[in-house]
Design a binder for this molecule. Structure first.
Ligand code: SF4
Length: 337
């Protein structure tokens, strides 16, 4: 529940609205596990909440794998037995959690293990926020949240925005809105919709190809929203928000990683305030696509930087524990095989 929803609930139960703040901050700032832990509430009110069936739902951590590079992969079980993964990344003292928004994904990007499982269901806002709670109980304060785990966040738009409101709220985790990033495979209408929201996280777009024919080969969403429509949505978004966007580009060996592709990309992004994240492709079991060599990545990156495009190359983190970009499948791939 958001703080507003909690306020309505406590008033309905005959209490003063400010009591909701205690509940919200104990659940989200202090990661309380049970209603009985919310000690600023009277014992009688805590008992009333319990008697009416209110409880603090929690994901069950089934597994936590640690990579030598400091990243961790959590396997969470939801109340109905479905499973999702979240990945913790360490950057000096800062902790970033990559959260999942759906069990599986309907988008079917060729380079991604999650797409192979197809969509089983979307997560609720509470389940998404709880991924952060559970990771904090293990690793400490999370500084950044990126919506780049399993699922397409904009296919679960309302729950994602609600979870962001919860994580961003000053009485809860208070994670700054500029420390929250939504990554989309290119759902153009949702990009325009986000521009009008009262909370506006950073926006990243998974691009991966500089032309429609190539993009259609690796991302089925490109059939629905071709590049012209996608970039028009970005233009509208930027006209309304004045915010830079990030384009992500997964480099796949001899498919989208030539210098000719890089020059096309420069042309495509001309005039768009943006930066580009180049990501090494991380093969998963059964994936036919190979990652580009470091040499090819370096040549691709230098075309971009020479043309003045702000470019960061993200080398693999969490690869040994299948926690890198595109490798999350929460055991469904193994179960299926
Ligand atoms: S890359 Fe993202 S949108 Fe594409 S299949 Fe994987 S989880 Fe879905």
């Amino acid at each position: 529940m958001t703080l507003g929803e909690l306020e309505r609930l406590v008033v309905e139960l005959g209490q003063k609205a400010y009591q909701a703040k205690y509940i919200f901050s104990f659940v989200h700032a202090k990661n309380a596990a049970a209603v009985s832990d919310i000690t600023p509430l009277s014992k009688a009110f805590r008992e009333t909440l319990g008697a009416r069936g209110y409880f603090i739902s929690q994901l069950k951590t089934l597994d936590c794998l640690a990579d030598p590079d400091g990243s961790r992969k959590y396997l969470f079980e939801l109340a109905d037995g479905e499973r999702v993964e979240a990945v913790l990344l360490r950057d000096e003292q800062r902790l970033t959690l990559c959260v999942s928004t759906q069990v599986g994904c309907a988008m079917g990007c060729a380079f991604c293990a999650t797409g192979r499982i197809q969509l089983r269901r979307s997560l609720t806002a509470g389940e998404i926020a709880d991924e952060v709670n559970q990771a904090e109980q293990d690793a400490g304060k999370i500084n950044n949240v990126v919506y780049m785990g399993m699922g397409e966040p904009f296919e679960n738009y309302d729950a994602v925005l609600k979870s962001i409101r919860i994580l961003n709220h000053a009485s809860g985790k208070n994670i700054g809105i500029r420390h929250i990033t939504i990554s989309t495979c290119g759902v153009a209408p949702a990009i325009v919709r986000l521009a009008d929201e009262d909370v506006r996280p950073r926006l990243a777009i998974s691009l991966n190809a500089p032309s429609d024919p190539l993009r259609r080969r690796i991302m089925p969403i490109a059939r629905k929203y071709p590049l012209a429509e996608l970039l028009k949505a970005v233009h509208t978004y930027q006209a309304r928000t004045q915010q830079r966007v990030t384009f992500e580009y997964v480099l796949i060996d001899k498919l989208n990683d030539s210098t000719a592709h890089a020059h096309l990309l420069v042309k495509l992004l001309r005039g768009i305030p943006c930066n580009v994240n180049l990501i090494e492709h991380n093969p998963y079991p059964g994936c036919e696509l190979a990652g580009s060599s470091r040499d090819r990545i370096a040549r691709f990156a230098s075309v971009l930087t020479d043309a003045g495009v702000e470019t960061v190359t993200r080398f693999r983190l969490g690869r040994q524990i299948q926690a890198a970009c595109g490798q999350l499948q929460a055991g469904y791939g193994r179960a299926r095989s």
